[in-house]
Design a binder for this molecule. Sequence first.
Ligand code: AMP
Length: 217
Amino acid sequence: MRLVLLGPPGVGKGTQAARLAARFGVLHISTGDILREAISSDSPLGREARGYVESGRLVPDATVLRITEERLSRPDAASRWLLDGFPRTVAQAEALDEMLARRDEGLSTVLWLHAATEAIVERLSGRRTCAECGTLYHVRLLPPRREGRCDRCGEALLVREDDRPEAVRRRLVTYEDATAAVVDYYRGRIRKRLHEIDGNGAPEEVGEEIARIVGGL
Ligand code: AMP
């Protein structure tokens, strides 16, 4: 099971990826999470990526390819994984295909999640993230049991730096400029394995639709 989850920021990729990992036992690989961890530990990768991530720009392809290749080469990524937030450019999609071809593998399915812009802006502006374990919440749509605290680990919930309005605007433009073309790339190459999913509904509804597709693989 080798899955890619594509879609604009705020469409629910992180939430759905976590659900898929829990339900199907796939390894959830989020390039955004890897970069945020590197930034918070102030590693060389974090120092390189911080300016891009916090302002809502894409980290250069070469850097993202290096971390993805490294992550996919570990033993726990031998067969069942889900890429969330990668590929985000056609060059990354091509490089992923080459990486997989070298391993004699291919993608099982590409899930393309989309939603109306108003819904996306609302989700991003109310999003809260646990500083400790990364669990995602929304002040209205997915509130924690205790305000401002993570249900899983009790730590404080924060607003991601790139969920602030200016960075959100830039991320949406970047998606249209660079990432939307990745959908066309897959449409041209693996049309039958590209699934378009309406992400406007509640997380449970969207999750059921995704589970139907993945469960049928
Ligand atoms: P995400 O958590 O997927 O929304 O990613 C947060 C930020 O990390 C993005 O806005 C980019 O700055 C950076 N990032 C994550 N994945 C990629 C990628 N595949 N290519 C370039 N930048 C990325």
